[in-house]
Design a protein around this ligand. Sequence first.
Ligand SMILES: [Zn+2]
Length: 365
Amino acid sequence: MKTMRDQMTRQWNLRLLRASGDTSTSFALRTLAPKLEAAGVRALVGNRWSDGWGVDKIFNARTQQTPTIDLSCEDYGLVYRLTENHQNPLLRIQAESENLGEVPVFNLIGEIRGSQKPDEYVFLSAHFDSWDGSSGGVDNGTGTITMLEAMRILKQAYPNPKRTIIVGHWSGEEQGLVGSRAFAADHPEIVKGLQALFNQDNGTGRVVNVAASGLLDATSNLAGWLARVPREISRNITFGFAGSPAGGGSDNASFACYGAPAFSLGSLSWDYGKYTWHTNRDTFDKIVWDDLKNNVVLTAMLAYLASEDPTMIGRVNPDSARAAFAATRASGDTTGRAAGRGGFGGPRAWPQCDKAPRSTNPRLR
Ligand SMILES: [Zn+2]
């Protein structure tokens, strides 16, 4: 059955490629949708099954004015079969939306000023936007809640930190780490003074993967902090030693590309890739509160330990890091999974710092 399903998908894709008259790319839908729109179709109806019962991936529409609709696997199958059998199914679609043009988006930043080393920073990080198939319960509601609550605890229990503690709730992450990239580019002094950044963005599970983002000299600091975390929290964590820098999956990459210590708190999956990530089922009810409490305490403790650490964490020049990283990759070290987005794998080379897109309208810049 699986072989047959794969075969049918391949045939369907081939058919799309032929229909679009473009055999040079495997992204036929990208090129096909605008062509169909230009030809005057009333709507585009599709389905992108996420491999789980009742779950669809929801990504961009490739049309500007024409509605693009996701039909559930079951309904899509019915419409498809009726069409294939020339029974002319008729769909009535009611869709309302308004294009507001370019609109400003904002990062939300909170800060507890450092009492002894205000120009060195511990950063809590999570993106505040979500994809629009559902309300974003775990991508990235849970990351946001974690950082918000960790900050509340720190403010109460540790109101005069040694170093400055900042929380960044980023906008435009889903469009390419826009908010965090712009922030890192606008604040070189914070990137330079970064003691540690902790980012969480792969679902509701308890943190199980931590690594030093490819920074060999940061490994001992990070291991030392984790060793001071109570066992009921740390026993879940696989420490990936140096690991590898984030390959661009989430906002820690916007800082790690400068060679700064920006770490991912990698969560247990809880079927994230299949059932919640960018699907129509990423909702509030998927949140696992016990795991979230675990993550909040871990994050607050790591922030405290990073702030108190008498040594500044080892950082690297991105150029030399690039060379060293290439060398470790060549020697076969592929233990860096934890540093990327949980389970998404690390990059093949030290990542470049991409520029955030900025508005051409000076009032929105
Ligand atoms: Zn996310």
